[in-house]
Design a protein around this ligand. Structure first.
Ligand code: PGA
Length: 248
């Protein structure tokens, strides 16, 4: 049985005091859930968020990292820096990183490998753009991203991984994917993992849907077989809406 994950992605929002307040409000609302609750916060909130979340069932993640250990990489944050402060998760390959900041699969692959080496759990995002969906390339795009982003990753590592199917056209647009499209894409991802890494791995890896998930539509996704949770942007910023997502 795969445990469902509800992961928030705050993106570039929330000052430290807002982060502390939100997590303090969230904690009593989610303390009885059986689902895994994760908040991926800006770097400057990490330390505060980890402090308030300590001893609760709320896990904290980052939204990006560099793959190198250390060195002359101005403005970057190393995996060991995240691990050292007890960060558990890191979002990698988010479409905003791919399409605004030009991250390619080769770079994302290095980050995925490095995250595992540092005992961080990557939340790898894949998904097609609107024009790719409209021209029938959805499967091809997702498979290419998986093929390239997961090169050289071991079965043992992959079992612990979280993969999020996030169609680019659904992110922050209010235009969420249909349950059928989300289910098909998540099934495609699992089939890929099965074909490359075997059934033990594909049974364990958790595959989420992300893109305009809200309290009103979360249940529709969570009731689909093979969708193991949600990656949530906008609706993760407020304690009550995020908490209601964990209680689908
Ligand atoms: P959204 O963002 O829920 O605001 O669409 C999802 C994401 O970017 O992970």
């Amino acid at each position: 049985m795969r445990r469902k994950v509800i992961a928030g992605n705050w993106k570039m929002n929330m000052l430290p005091n807002e982060a502390i307040q939100m997590i303090t409000e969230l904690e009593p609302l989610v303390k009885d859930t059986n689902n895994e609750v994760v908040l991926c916060v800006p770097f400057t909130d990490l330390f505060y968020a980890l402090n308030v979340a300590q001893g609760t069932n709320i896990k904290i993640g980052a939204q990006n990292m560099h793959f190198e250990e250390k060195g002359a990489f101005t403005g970057e944050v190393a995996p060991g820096m995240l691990k050292e402060i007890n960060c558990e998760f890191v979002i990698l390959g988010h479409s905003e990183r791919r399409w605004i900041f030009g991250e390619n699969d080769e770079l994302i692959n290095k980050k995925v490998i490095s995250a595992f080496e540092h005992d961080l759990i990557p939340v790898l995002c894949v998904g097609e753009k609107l024009e790719e969906r409209e021209s029938g390339q959805t499967e091809q795009v997702i498979l290419k991203q998986l093929e390239n982003d997961l090169k050289g990753v071991s079965e043992d590592h992959l079992k612990n991984m979280v993969i999020a199917y996030e169609p680019v056209w659904a992110i922050g647009t209010g235009k969420n994917a249909s349950e059928k499209d989300a289910k098909e894409a998540c099934a495609l991802i699992r089939e890929f993992i099965h074909s490359r890494f075997g059934s033990e791995t594909s049974d364990k890896v958790r595959i989420l849907y992300g893109g305009s998930v809200k309290p009103e539509n979360v249940k529709m996704y969570m009731s689909q077989e093979g969708i193991d949770g949600a990656l949530v942007g906008g609706a993760s910023l407020k304690a009550d809406s995020f908490a209601s997502l964990t209680k689908f």
